[in-house]
Design a binder for this molecule. Structure first.
Ligand SMILES: Cc1cc2nc3c(=O)[nH]c(=O)nc-3n(C[C@H](O)[C@H](O)[C@H](O)COP(=O)(O)O)c2cc1C
Length: 319
């Protein structure tokens, strides 16, 4: 059974972005569910062997805190043996196991993983079957609509197989793999999926304001919405969506609030092994649109350590 979600707005898995610090911030601001960055099943299996030797658990490799719960881990990779092993390894630590069938990056699709799987009906069925039988925790799925424009309705078949095999929830990002991030997400497809499937449906794609979230829910009937890029450097969006859905109004946040929020992020990040380059990228996102600061942004890029970065961000208060 799926856990109970405290709100209808979820944070999307985003490699290099939805780290445990940002996830916790989004959770505190009202995200109903947060999902780890996607994780390679082969890495989980090989890490587990190393960690065991040091009497450590997979938590050293995939960092999180209990305050994030309910917490979903996203897996990718299609080798059935590794998939079963990886799912069993992570199961005790997470509340949901999510499977990635949307990633368009060539280094993923070339290894028959991510979005490439949408056209592999038999393998997909085996993957779902393997996962659902490997673990007792709920298994969910995240897909794109299809691979190319010609195959843009593959989600229909995949959703049917998913339901038959015991997958418990589907997130649809209605762009094709070959589209990447171009064009608009076709929300009509979310509506169609909601109509043809009995599973809870999470609509995803192009939500950047509370109004967008409400429109997606109203137009498609989806059960939940998932926000990716709109929540980058902007954890406030979850509170705003939740308030807007309840009261039709929400609090606005200032640039100063965003800077404060970045310092909260830094504090949380210090408790994890997040790469400094990723932290600098987060600094860029928290200051996006603040002022025409190409000089400021290159200072962030060139900063060498957290102390330097803090100083640059502190100076931004007076700009
Ligand atoms: C930097 C970045 C990293 C992403 N990494 C993942 C990932 O690890 N797993 C996944 O399923 N989707 C990933 N996505 C896709 C998002 O989860 C989401 O489906 C997509 O961005 C559309 O939603 P949005 O318009 O709200 O951003 C990523 C997107 C971005 C921008």
């Amino acid at each position: 059974m799926l856990p109970k979600f405290s709100s209808r707005a979820f944070l999307a898995p985003m490699a290099g972005v939805s780290d445990p610090a940002l996830r916790l911030q989004c959770k505190k601001m009202g995200a109903g569910l947060v999902v780890t960055e996607f994780t390679n099943i082969h890495s989980i299996v090989s890490k587990e062997n190393q960690l065991k030797e040091n009497m450590q658990t997979i938590q050293e490799f995939i960092e999180y805190s209990d305050q994030e719960r309910p917490l979903s881990i996203q897996l990718f990779g299609s080798d059935l043996i590794a998939l079963e092993k990886a799912a069993k390894i992570v199961e005790p630590y997470f509340d949901i196991i999510d499977y990635n069938m949307g990633c368009p990056a060539p280094h993923i699709t070339q290894q028959m993983a991510g979005g490439a799987l949408l056209q592999e009906v038999n393998l997909t069925q085996q993957i779902f079957n393997t996962l659902v039988n490997a673990v007792k925790k709920p298994v969910t799925l995240k897909i794109r609509s299809g691979v190319t424009h010609a195959s843009r309705f593959l989600f229909r078949d995949i959703a049917e197989i998913a339901e038959d095999e015991g997958i418990q929830m589907i997130t649809l990002h209605p762009r094709t793999v070959s589209q990447g991030y171009s064009g608009n997400a076709d929300w009509e497809m979310i509506k169609e999926l909601k109509e043809i499937s009995n599973l809870p449906i999470v609509g995803n794609g192009d939500i950047v304001t509370p109004e967008d979230a409400k429109t997606m829910i109203d137009e498609t009937g989806c059960d939940y919405v998932m926000v990716g890029r709109g929540a980058m450097g902007n954890p406030f969006l979850f509170e705003q969506i939740n308030d807007y859905l309840k009261t039709n109004s929400y609090r606005e946040y200032s640039f100063k609030d965003r800077l404060d929020s970045f310092f909260d992020y830094l504090y949380l990040a210090s408790q994890y092994k997040i790469k400094f380059v990723n932290i600098k990228n987060q600094a860029m996102r928290f200051t996006k649109g603040m002022y025409c600061g190409s000089k400021f942004r290159s200072k962030i890029t060139n900063s060498k350590n957290i102390e330097e970065l803090k100083k640059i961000m502190n100076d931004a208060y007076t700009k």
